[in-house]
Design a protein around this ligand. Structure first.
Ligand code: NAD
Length: 494
């Protein structure tokens, strides 16, 4: 293990992965580099796990599920997850620095990626403790006479959790903690660009909690085939995945032969319908901020702004001013709210999509390139494109950068049709001076979640997920907990 550190706050995470209760390197000793996106420098290494490592981890999780009483001992699970919440809290400044090092997330906005998920561990421990696992549904008539029926909510078994790089610590927690509390065993496969948010989680579990060997495993790897091996393994009962729609499709296909339960949280291309009676001064600076915080690397970002033609220029001006004044820079400097993109590859993709937008007739209002004062680090200027054709590539593809596209519309019906013109259906937003009118529009948006007048739909107590090609199933809320359980109906004498 290395734990490098320099003056800017950069901190390398644990290089090892956790398999069957042991922090370890892959047998060959191979590692891969982890780059700090703000300096473009190698910040450290992570072990490069293989398909064989994944197979051992799945074997350990299978044994822990089948041969220990983890799945049946609710009190013990509550004890372990309460310990985990305290342990993560003790490590939180360390975790924050590791997160900023591998993601480049600004320190000023890191709370939602550190404090929030730690609080969620406590939430799930309490939710799981109070959940009604055995439900008496009463006496039912049957041809053989009356029968009482009970539903026993049981863990599914071995859960494979595969996470992306954009909010890695949060998603590692969101995918695994409810699964563990519900009595499953877990193998986590973090994203290649963010191995340490996973390896540090594994280290803390094994060093600071009583979670038994095999119950929680983390396989770190630079190869997609290792995630693919997890999703295809017949010993895995469920895959919980957050990432791109393309990978989601591959996971769904590889789970088909074993009819694996699959929970998918995928990409998005959300629209924000700004109605003609909206408070533009409240709605549009907030929309610009949401586009730039996290460098636009957010699945739920309403990146397509739909403005009424009657107030189009006014709306563009407000967005332009907000984006041009947005604090972009070194993530370690307090006050900066937008850091770099996570990698050179992502930056190229974002800049390429901006170019494709301009080529297809969009008008570049501001941004569009690399900030002149930030030559080092994978930064992109906050970018605003107007007159965007709803069928163009930049309107249809997820950008994952600090970019807003603006399209004018004439009537509410037009706006709804443009918003729904997408393979995605993750979230959306409506702004209006009339909440009833906004509700009417929100109900017609084909998405899993909608925000009205900036009031967020997102949080641990409410179900979250996508429609169409944005996913299957829900996280958060009681619905999110139930995803990790199966109901067994038991008939018994009345
Ligand atoms: P990605 O799909 O490229 O990778 C996600 C994970 O899948 C990584 O761990 C990767 O190693 C693994 N993987 C890749 N190929 C695989 C395969 N064939 N089988 C199994 N696993 C495989 O996504 P990304 O680029 O890391 O993340 C960005 C994407 O995540 C965006 O599309 C974004 O919208 C989405 N996302 C969605 C949500 C949500 O809640 N809906 C949240 C965050 C991010």
């Amino acid at each position: 293990m290395t734990s490098g550190q320099n003056d800017s706050g950069v901190l390398a995470g644990d290089e090892r992965m956790l398999i069957d209760g042991e922090l370890q390197y892959t047998a060959s000793g191979a590692t891969f580099d982890v780059i700090h996106p703000a300096s473009e420098q190698v910040a450290g290494q992570a072990t490069d796990g293989t398909v064989e490592d994944m197979e051992r981890a799945v074997g350990a999780a299978r044994r822990a599920f089948d041969e220990t009483d983890w799945s049946r001992d609710l009190e013990f699970r509550y004890h372990c997850l309460t310990q985990l919440a305290a342990a993560l809290d003790r490590n939180k400044e360390h975790l924050r620095r590791v997160l900023i090092t591998e993601v480049g997330c600004p320190i000023t906005v890191s709370g939602s990626q550190i404090e929030s998920p730690i609080a969620e561990v406590t939430h799930w421990a309490e939710h799981g403790k109070n959940f009604e696992y055995l439900v008496d549904t009463g006496v039912h008539d049957t041809p053989m006479g009356p029968a009482r029926r009970m539903i026993h909510h049981e863990p599914i078994g071995v859960v494979g959790a595969i996470t992306p790089w954009n909010v890695p610590f949060y998603l590692n927690i969101a995918e695994t903690v409810p699964a563990l509390m519900a009595g499953n065993t877990v193998v986590l496969k973090p994203a290649q660009l963010t191995p340490w948010s996973g390896s540090e989680y594994g280290r803390i579990v094994t060093e600071e909690t009583d979670i038994p060997a095999g119950v929680f495993n983390v396989v770190v790897s630079n190869a997609n085939e290792v995630g693919a091996a997890l999703s295809a393994d017949s010993r895995v009962d469920m895959i919980t995945f957050t990432g791109s729609t393309a990978t989601g499709r591959a996971i769904l296909a590889s789970g088909a032969p074993t009819v694996k339960k699959t929970l998918l949280e995928l990409g998005g291309k959300s629209a924000h319908i700004v109605l003609d009676d909206a408070d533009f001064n409240a709605a549009l600076p907030l929309a610009a901020m949401m586009a730039c915080v996290m460098s636009g690397q957010s699945c739920i970002l309403p990146s397509r702004i739909l403005l009424p033609r009657s107030r189009y220029d006014e709306g563009l001006e407000l967005l332009k001013t907000s984006m041009e004044n947005f604090p972009v820079g070194d993530p370690w400097t307090p006050g900066n709210m937008q850091g770099p993109q996570i990698s050179e590859g992502q930056r190229k993709k974002v800049l390429g999509l901006i170019t494709s937008g301009v080529d297809s007739g969009a008008r570049l209002i501001t941004g569009g390139g690399i900030p002149r004062d930030l030559p080092v680090g994978y930064y992109v200027q906050p970018t605003l494109l107007a007159d965007v054709d709803p069928d163009s590539q930049i309107s249809q593809e997820e950008i994952f950068g600090p970019v807003l596209t603006v399209t004018p519309y004439d009537t509410d019906d037009d706006a709804i049709a443009i918003a729904n013109n997408s393979i995605y259906g993750l979230s959306g937003e409506v702004s209006s001076g009339d909440v009833d009118r906004a509700m009417g529009v929100a109900k017609r948006m084909r998405t899993g979640n909608v925000t009205i007048n900036g009031k967020s739909h997102f949080g641990i107590t409410s179900p979250f997920g996508g429609t169409k090609q944005s996913g299957l199933g829900r996280r958060n809320g009681d619905e999110g907990y139930r995803e990790y359980l199966e109901g067994k109906t038991i008939g018994l004498p009345a």
